[in-house]
Design a protein around this ligand. Structure first.
Ligand code: ZN
Length: 419
C-alpha cells in the first residue's frame, strides 16, 4: 500500500487544549532526542475538544509549527484530527496530516449478510487452528466465531473505508497518516478479533499506520489504569504478535503499530508496554490528552497569588457544574462525589496543598484522583474564562512550561520509550 508520509516507530500524542504549551511539550521530545531516542510529537485534538473550547483545528497547527520553529526541531511531527468521522472531518482537512478515524459508533451495526458471507469466503485462512508466531496457543477460530466477529466489526471497518476514501479525495493518497480507533466502546477486542479486523481493513485497502483497539481494563481520564495488569500485559503482547503477523499476511504498512489511547497517565501498564515493545522490537503510539491541561493548573497553583486564585476558581466552578462537565465523559471517569473537597475547603489551601492534591503522584497521600478527574474534564470552565485564563497562562508561562515538560518527559516518555 502506498504511503509517502510515514509515522516513525516511537511517537507520543500530546493534547494542548488552549494551544499554549506546544513548545513546552516539544521540549520533552528534545530531551528524549538528547537521551538518544527519537520520540515524534503528534498534536492531537478531537472535534469534541474543539467544540467545548470553541477553537479551530488551524490553531493546533499554528501552535505546533511555531513550537517546531522556535526549538529548531528537525524531525517529523504531526497534527492529528483525533476521533473524526464522516460528519466532522472537513474542518481538519487543511491543518492535519494525521487522521484518527473513529468508527466505534458503528461497532455492532448490522452488515448485509451477503457481505459477511463474502468476507468469510474470502478468508478461509482465518479459520481453524491458527498458529501465530510467538503466541504459545494457536487461535482457534471456527466459522461461527469468525461470523460473529465479522457481524460485529465489518460495518465499522467498511465505514472507516468510506471515511478514508473521502480523505484521499481531498488530501491525496499517501499524504497523511491514517489511524483507526475502536477504543470508545464497551467491550475490548481480543487478539483473534483484532486479526479479523485487520483482515477486513486490508480488504478495504486502508493503509493504516496505527490502530487503537479497546484494551481490557478501565482507562479513566487522567488517572491510573484500573484492571488486571498481567492480563493487559498478555493481551498487549498478543496484539503485538498479531500485528506482526497481519502486516505480512495482509500486506499492511510495515510500520503499523498499536496506538494506546491512554486517557493519560496509565503508569501501571507502562512497564507492560515497554516489555512488549522490547520483545517485538515494536513501535507504539502513546496518545495522551488532558495531562498537559492539568499541568497548566498545577503551574498556576504553584505560581501562588492570583494564579492560585484562578486555579481555585476553576475548581469551584467545575464543582458547581460537575454533572454537566462529566456527562460527555461518563464512560471514562469514576468520580466519587464524597471524595471531592468542597470549594470552601479548597479556598483555604496553600499552593502546595492544591498542587499535591492534583499532581499525579500515587505515593503522595494528599493526591486525590477524584479532584484530578473532575478538573481533567473541567476545561470548559477555563475556556469560558477566555482571555482571563490564557493571559494567566502567558503571565506564568515559565512555571507552567516547566511542569508540562517535566510531566511529559519524566512520567510518560522516560518509562515507555527510554532504556
Ligand atoms: Zn481514543
Amino acid at each position: 500500500m502506498n504511503i509517502n508520509m510515514k509515522l516513525p516507530k516511537y511517537s507520543i500524542g500530546v493534547g494542548d487544549r488552549f494551544a499554549h504549551q506546544a513548545e513546552a511539550q516539544l521540549r520533552a521530545c528534545v530531551l528524549a532526542a538528547d537521551a538518544g531516542v527519537d520520540v515524534i510529537p503528534v498534536w492531537n485534538k478531537s472535534n469534541r475538544e474543539h467544540l467545548i473550547i470553541g477553537s479551530e483545528p488551524s490553531s493546533t497547527r499554528r501552535a505546533a509549527d511555531a513550537a517546531v520553529r522556535a526549538l529548531g526541531w528537525k524531525r517529523p511531527y504531526f497534527v492529528d484530527a483525533d476521533h473524526i468521522n464522516l460528519k466532522s472531518y472537513e474542518r481538519f482537512l487543511g491543518p492535519c496530516d494525521f487522521f484518527t478515524i473513529d468508527v466505534a459508533d458503528k461497532i455492532g451495526q448490522k452488515s448485509d449478510p451477503m457481505q459477511i458471507k463474502d468476507f468469510l469466503d474470502r478468508h478461509p485462512e482465518l479459520m481453524g487452528d491458527l498458529a501465530i508466531p510467538r503466541i504459545a496457543e494457536p487461535f482457534q477460530i471456527d466459522r461461527a466465531f469468525a461470523e460473529k466477529t465479522a457481524a460485529q466489526y465489518l460495518a465499522a471497518v467498511q465505514h472507516a473505508g468510506e471515511i478514508y476514501r473521502a480523505l484521499v479525495r481531498e488530501k491525496g493518497e499517501g499524504n497523511f497518516v491514517a489511524e483507526i480507533s475502536m477504543d470508545e466502546t464497551d467491550r475490548p477486542q481480543t487478539p483473534p478479533e483484532l486479526l479479523i479486523i485487520l483482515a477486513a481493513i486490508s480488504d478495504e485497502q486502508i493503509p493504516i499506520q496505527t490502530i487503537a483497539p479497546k484494551f481490557t481494563g478501565r482507562f479513566n481520564k487522567g488517572v491510573d489504569y484500573v484492571g488486571d495488569v498481567p492480563q493487559f500485559a498478555k493481551e498487549f503482547r498478543d496484539d503485538l504478535a498479531t500485528i506482526c503477523y497481519a502486516i505480512e499476511r495482509y500486506d499492511l504498512p510495515d510500520n503499523l503499530k498499536l496506538s494506546v489511547h491512554s486517557g493519560s497517565d496509565k503508569f501501571s501498564i507502562y512497564p507492560a508496554l515497554k516489555a512488549g515493545m522490547m520483545e517485538f522490537d515494536a513501535g507504539v503510539h502513546l496518545k495522551t490528552g488532558g495531562t498537559t491541561w492539568l499541568e497548566e493548573l498545577i503551574g498556576l497553583a504553584e505560581a501562588g497569588d492570583h494564579g492560585l486564585a484562578l486555579a481555585k476558581e476553576v475548581y469551584a466552578d467545575a464543582f458547581a457544574h460537575a454533572d454537566e462537565l462529566c456527562a460527555p465523559y461518563a464512560t471514562v471517569i469514576d468520580i466519587r462525589p464524597a471524595e471531592l473537597p468542597s470549594p470552601g475547603a479548597v479556598d483555604e489551601w496553600r499552593s502546595e496543598q492544591f498542587v499535591s492534591a492534583l499532581r499525579h503522584e500515587e505515593g503522595n497521600s494528599s493526591y486525590n484522583p477524584h479532584f484530578r478527574q473532575l478538573l481533567h474534564v473541567g476545561f470548559k470552565v477555563a475556556a469560558k474564562m477566555g482571555a482571563r485564563y490564557t493571559d494567566a497562562l502567558e503571565q506564568h508561562a515559565e512555571v507552567i512550561g516547566r511542569n508540562v515538560t517535566e510531566n511529559l518527559f519524566e512520567r510518560h516518555i522516560r518509562p515507555v520509550f527510554l532504556a
